[in-house]
Design a protein around this ligand. Structure first.
Ligand code: MRU
Length: 355
C-alpha cells in the first residue's frame, strides 16, 4: 500500500510513531493537522514529507470557501508557507510545495475555483506517482552496485515509509533482493528516534530480506572486520558540490567506511539535489527537542534537567561519497558536474497536462 495518499478529501498516511507495535492510519483533514504531522514526525523521510505537503495544498484548496480563483490562491499560498516551515532540512518539502504552487499560480489567472482545486490535486497526485516510478528506477540503477551475497550497512529509514512507496536506499536493497541476489542488511538502530530499529527492521521483515540490528556505534566494528561490502544511505538535501545532509550519524559512518575502503553510496531522487546551495555549509540543519535524546520510548534515560543537543541531520562532505544513485543513473565524482547534468536532464521542460 502507498504510505501517503489522497482519500476522500483527506490526506491518509501511516503514523510512523506507532510502529512497529501498531499499524495506525491517520486521516488528516486540515492544513494545520498536516503541518503538525510533518513536524511531529508522524510522517517522515524526505520524499514522504514532500508528497504529504503537496496533498496538504490539495486539502487547503478543497477546504477553501473562496469564490474566485485568485481568492483561493491566497489561501493556498498561506498553506504553502505553513507547510514549508514544518521541517527545514529536507528540500523535497519545499520542492513539492513550490511545484504545486507554480501550477496553481499559472492556472489561477483564468481558472475557476473548481478548476484550480482539480489542477492542484492532479499535481499532488503526479508528485506521488512520480516518486514511486523514480524509486523503482533508482532501485534498478543501484542494484547493479550490490553483489550477490553482499552485506550492507543501512542508516535511518529510507524505505516505502520514507517515500510514497518502494524507497530510495532501501529501494536499492529491495531491487537487488527482487533480482535474486542474496543481501544481508546491518540495520543501524539510528538514535535518537530509532528509525532503523523501529521502521527499517519492520520493512525488511515484511519484505523477507535478511537483516541484523546493530547499535549505531557498532558500525565501525563490522567495517573494520571486513564484513561489509557497502554502506547505503538516503539524503535530505544534496548541495551542488555533492555534500550530503542526511540523518544524524551518517557523517561518522561515511568516514569510517572510507577508512576501511568500503564504498559509501547515497541514494536520492534529483528532487533532493539543491543546486542553489553551493556546499553543505549552506544547508539548514534542523535542531529538535532535547527530550528526544534524554528519553527512550518515553522513559527518561538521563538525570532530570540534563542539557541535550539534538541536531536531526549532519552533512557528509562529498569526498567521502563514492557515488550518488539517482533516477538519472549512478553519478560519480566530480559531483559538481554530474549533479548539474542530472538535474538539467530531469527538469527539462515537458508538456504540462491540463494546461
Ligand atoms: O528525520 P527523518 O526521519 O525524516 O530523516 C530521514 C532521513 O534522514 C532519510 O535518510 C532521508 O529523508 C531520505 S528518506 C528516503
Amino acid at each position: 500500500m502507498r504510505t501517503v495518499a489522497w482519500d476522500d478529501n483527506a490526506v491518509r498516511l501511516i503514523d510512523q510513531r506507532a510502529l512497529p507495535g501498531r499499524l495506525v492510519v491517520l486521516s488528516l483533514r486540515s492544513v494545520p493537522e498536516v503541518a503538525t504531522a510533518i513536524r511531529d514526525m508522524a510522517v517522515r523521510g524526505a520524499p514522504a514529507i514532500g508528497a504529504t505537503a503537496a496533498y496538504g495544498l490539495a486539502l487547503a484548496a478543497a477546504n477553501a470557501g473562496a469564490d474566485t480563483g485568485a481568492a483561493l490562491l491566497d489561501e493556498v499560498r498561506a498553506a504553502a508557507d505553513l507547510l514549508r516551515a514544518a521541517r527545514p532540512t529536507a528540500v523535497n518539502l519545499a520542492w513539492a510545495v513550490d511545484r504545486v504552487l507554480a501550477v496553481a499560480e499559472r492556472k489561477a489567472v483564468a481558472g475557476s475555483p473548481g478548476a484550480l482545486r482539480a489542477c492542484i490535486l492532479a499535481e499532488a497526485e503526479r508528485i506521488a506517482d512520480e516518486d514511486v516510478a523514480t524509486n523503482r528506477r533508482m532501485g534498478a540503477h543501484g542494484a547493479a552496485l550490490i553483489r550477490d551475497g553482499a552485506t550492507v550497512i543501512h542508516h535511518c529509514n529510507t524505505g516505502a515509509l520514507a517515500t510514497v512507496d518502494y524507497g530510495t536506499a532501501l529501494g536499492v536493497i529491495r531491487a537487488a533482493h527482487e533480482a535474486g541476489k542474496r543481501v544481508h542488511v546491518l540495520v543501524d538502530e539510528t538514535r535518537p528516534r530509532l528509525q532503523g530499529a523501529r521502521l527499517t527492521a519492520w520493512e525488511l521483515d515484511r519484505l523477507g530480506i535478511a537483516h541484523t540490528l546493530i547499535a549505531d556505534c557498532a558500525a565501525g566494528y563490522f567495517l573494520h572486520r571486513g564484513d561489509v561490502d557497502a554502506v547505503l544511505v538516503g539524503a535530505d538535501r544534496i548541495a551542488a558540490n555533492g555534500d550530503t545532509a542526511n540523518k544524524i550519524g551518517t557523517y561518522p559512518l561515511a568516514v569510517v567506511a572510507q577508512a576501511n575502503d568500503v564504498p559509501f553510496y547515497v541514494v536520492a531522487p534529483t528532487s533532493t539535489i539543491d543546486l542553489a546551495r553551493p556546499t553543505g555549509d549552506d544547508i539548514p540543519i534542523e535542531m529538535r527537542p532535547g527530550d528526544e535524546v534524554t528519553s527512550l520510548a518515553e522513559a527518561a534515560i538521563a538525570p532530570a534537567g540534563t542539557d541535550a543537543a539534538n541536531p536531526a541531520f549532519d552533512v557528509t562532505p562529498h569526498r567521502y561519497v563514492s557515488a550518488i544513485v539517482t533516477e538519472a543513473g549512478v553519478l560519480r565524482p566530480p559531483f559538481a558536474a554530474s549533479l548539474a547534468a542530472a538535474v538539467a536532464g530531469a527538469r527539462a521542460p515537458s508538456p504540462e497536462p491540463g494546461l
